[in-house]
Design a binder for this molecule. Sequence first.
Ligand SMILES: Cc1cc2nc3c(=O)[nH]c(=O)nc-3n(C[C@H](O)[C@H](O)[C@H](O)COP(=O)(O)OP(=O)(O)OC[C@H]3O[C@@H](n4cnc5c(N)ncnc54)[C@H](O)[C@@H]3O)c2cc1C
Length: 563
Amino acid sequence: MIHSADDIVRGSTVHADICIVGGGPAGIVLALELAKTGRSILLLESGGEAPTERARALNMGEIAEGSLHSPPDTYRQRVLGGGTSIWGGRCVPFDPIDFEARRWIDHSGWPIGYDEVERHYAAANAWCEAGEYEYDARLAVPNGMRALLRGFSPLHFDTNGIERFSCPTDFGSRYKDRLRSTPNLRVLLPATATRLRAARDGSRIEALDVCNGRDTTFSAVADQFVLAMGGMETPRLLLTSDDVHAGGIGNANDLVGRFYMCHVAGTIGSLRVNGAADTVWHGYDLAADGTYCRRRIALRPATQASMGLSNAVFRLHHPRIADPAHGTGPLSAIFLAQRFISYEYAKRVVSDVPLSAGTWLRHGLNAALDSPSTARFLLHWVKARILADRKFPSIIVRPRTNLFSLDFHAEQAPNPDSRIGLGSALDRFGNRQLRVDWRYCRQDVETVAKSFDLLGRELADQAIGQLTLAAGERDIETVVRRDGAYGGHHIGTARMGATARSGVVDRHGKVFGLNNLHIAGSAVFPTSSQANPTLTIVAMAVRLAEHLGTRVTGVPSIQESVH
Ligand SMILES: Cc1cc2nc3c(=O)[nH]c(=O)nc-3n(C[C@H](O)[C@H](O)[C@H](O)COP(=O)(O)OP(=O)(O)OC[C@H]3O[C@@H](n4cnc5c(N)ncnc54)[C@H](O)[C@@H]3O)c2cc1C
């Protein structure tokens, strides 16, 4: 059932066995999986079925260093479906090494092993509509996928690992009918959790304060509460709820909001590939089930260990769009259309190239002179992207020369000084907005610098091509600062630990010291991997549902009472 929270009477109490806060992929999957147990589930989502300005304003906050991190009301979406209403759909599992305590990365190591998450990846793949759980290029596609760089067999990198793409599935619209038709599940929209009310002895959550779209306050009472509000709002609510627990719930050891990670990611360098155009394939192959699949260049675990690096991958990418020197019509057409692209996606189009009148003119000339390929590209985009149910995942343009750039997507090492805290301005409910202080460290810069170097050497040694950096990129820290925190990934702010001294939540996602509060989503990841987070968020939500499903007792009905 999906109900309007605006119909709830002021001061009333909504009861359920399990109350989940946040209707992104974590909250939706958790709610639908838990509903199978017959228990009464309440899902509270701050947004509605479509985005509104009023909901977006609740995501606003301060940034310590604006050039490094996007404003908090960009990327994040307050709407049923959360970030998946605009996500790219790239699905990649974590690697076994991500779960290990690595002596060269401080604060690394999960209290659970890879196996405990891996066994839920097949289900996560299904939820994400990313086809079967097969991430090996030799097996994912009938007869194997095409080679990325023919003849390249690197020692330090694996090119057989792939990413698979979701439709991309917007969990809000895709699963709305199931949410609606599940009798023991009630979704309330728009319903914003404003404070967790702990029992006087601090051992459990007694109730949750909730505000609807008319700013009317009511309470939610449940046996178990789960916060699935994303990696920024979850610590904010914990820190805000400080009436019984001074400094915030779960924050006895000052860990809530710390270790904030995104990914260290961007576009770097130029790779000129030797030989004919068909020696390179940087596009997609189709799995038998219709999923788009693409190879990546992944730093091998043994090399990470021997060189003391974090996990990282590279992808072959077209030359930088903003620089008209690529002479490629479709890329210039994208540049010219940048004002029609949302902030989240346009950010990577406009880069450090000075935007003079001459730049615009040269892009115009590229598009005009290369008009047949520009027209072919546009036609393909309309057919395969705009009109298709399973959308072509990204811009793949064959450069006119064999010249590419590299996308890098690297793990950000856990750093206690990188944090989400509370700012000074208040939201419309009187709660302090977020303050984001994202910080990278030397390990992050060295991982990009050394793995780029290593890849360049292997490409040259095997006569595949020449990898070079532009003059402004030679100091890799400049590149890390230029591209900044990767926008849509918010990780580590309520980390999982073996004990309360090392984590906010235990191996099951339960907040240490409270017996009925769990956290879902990437806030609990102690490390960030090379992988985009959503597939693992969903796998962990399935795992949490399995755990909670076996331990909650209560009356399987949703009741409402007026005080
Ligand atoms: C442009 C973009 C591209 C992306 N591409 C990819 C990709 O290709 N691959 C990938 O793996 N990931 C990608 N992501 C990231 C992905 O969207 C997130 O990892 C995912 O949405 C996180 O899921 P979640 O349920 O934990 O949190 P969210 O999706 O953020 O959902 C949290 C929900 O909680 C609600 N909420 C917040 N506060 C409250 C409150 N106080 N009360 C009630 N409800 C509340 C919010 O409204 C929201 O709906 C992308 C993100 C963006 C923005």
